[in-house]
Design a protein around this ligand. Structure first.
Ligand code: NAP
Length: 291
């Protein structure tokens, strides 16, 4: 069991707010302090009992917090780390929740002392298409996985603390190499979001747009649910993980081209083989993940 005296969450939105609620529910934090750009959001987070209080100048809160969780969109982390570097952060653990991990390691190399062992890059593989503190939920991480991708200097004491924090929030925890994380997530998470955004944008510009949307059934909404996700967050992920994403996107385009060729030459056996393989793989993966 972990005890946290003070937890500082920079970016009290869906993920930061859900972590606060989950840890509050677990009863392991004395005080949760929120920080962000907008006082309006932070006031709302206090009203919703997600945080105890907020600070508009989070630099003042870093040194007296046991753990600092950076939960902003990935590109905003640059300015956050620039501020953290001006503080006495050395005895605090700094972790994040960003969907891409390599940029975080690069930020730590740019802004933090090379002797600092308290940085723990982390990514909860949990989320939804809604954003902001209003969407935060204590159960978000229950039965989900959090991946920790330690940096060169990350100390085992810091990893253990952050691990315990995520376990208390209901998540299981695994460690992974940073490059491998970004490569796998580009296929399993980033590519599906691009496919959903791309499909809806295509239909939205279709000559029969109105009829397409009027006749859209649950299949369309199942496939495109994640196209309602936050555009800023996904813009940042595309830019932060461009190389692996382009590789997976090109592989997917080749697969669609293969299907297109099969349709144009009437190769119905091949089409059925691709669809059958896809169905079996999805059914099997669902079965394994729901165990
Ligand atoms: P969110 O709901 O939009 O929350 C982001 C928070 O960051 C907001 O409270 C925002 O508040 C604050 N913020 C934005 N820019 C800021 C800045 N420059 N300085 C300080 N605060 C700033 O987004 P989210 O879904 O929680 O995502 C947060 C992080 O979690 C992202 O890095 C994302 O990659 C990662 N993640 C998301 C999911 C998901 O499914 N959503 C899953 C796993 C990981 P203000 O506007 O008031 O500043």
């Amino acid at each position: 069991m972990i005890e946290i005296n003070r937890l500082l969450i920079v970016g009290v939105g869906l993920i930061g707010g859900s972590l606060a609620l989950a840890l509050r529910k677990a009863g392991i934090v004395q005080e949760i302090v929120g920080a962000g750009r907008s006082e309006h959001n932070l006031k709302r987070a206090v009203e919703l009992d997600v945080i105890d209080r907020y600070s508009l100048n989070f630099a003042d809160e870093v040194s007296n917090s046991d753990i600092v969780v950076v939960a902003t969109p990935v590109r905003a982390m640059n300015s956050i780390f620039e501020i953290i570097a001006t503080t006495d952060y050395h005895d605090s653990i700094i972790t994040d929740v960003g969907s891409v991990k390599k940029p975080l390691i690069e930020l730590s190399e740019k802004f933090l002392d090379s002797s600092y062992t308290g940085l723990v890059p982390a990514h909860p593989i949990a989320g939804r298409e809604h954003s902001g503190v209003e969407a935060a939920c204590a159960e978000l991480f229950k039965n989900k996985q959090t991946i920790i991708t330690p940096a060169k200097n990350t100390g085992s004491h810091a990893v253990e603390k952050v691990k315990k924090m995520w376990l208390a929030a209901g998540s299981s925890v695994a460690e992974m190499d940073v490059e491998f994380h970004d490569e796998i997530l580009s296929a399993s998470s980033h590519l599906p979001h691009l496919a959903a955004f791309g499909l809806v944008h295509y239909i939205a510009n279709h000559k029969n747009r109105q009829e397409c949307f009027e006749l859209a059934a649950s299949g369309f909404y199942d496939f495109t649910r994640i196209a309602s996700s936050d555009p800023v967050m996904w813009r940042d992920i595309c830019s932060a993980n461009a190389v692996p994403i382009l590789q997976e996107l090109n592989g997917y385009i080749r697969k669609l081209q293969e299907i297109s060729t099969c349709i144009s030459v009437g190769d119905i056996e091949k089409i059925q083989e691709i669809f059958k393989g896809a169905k079996n793989s999805r059914d099997e993966s669902l079965r394994l993940n729901s165990r």
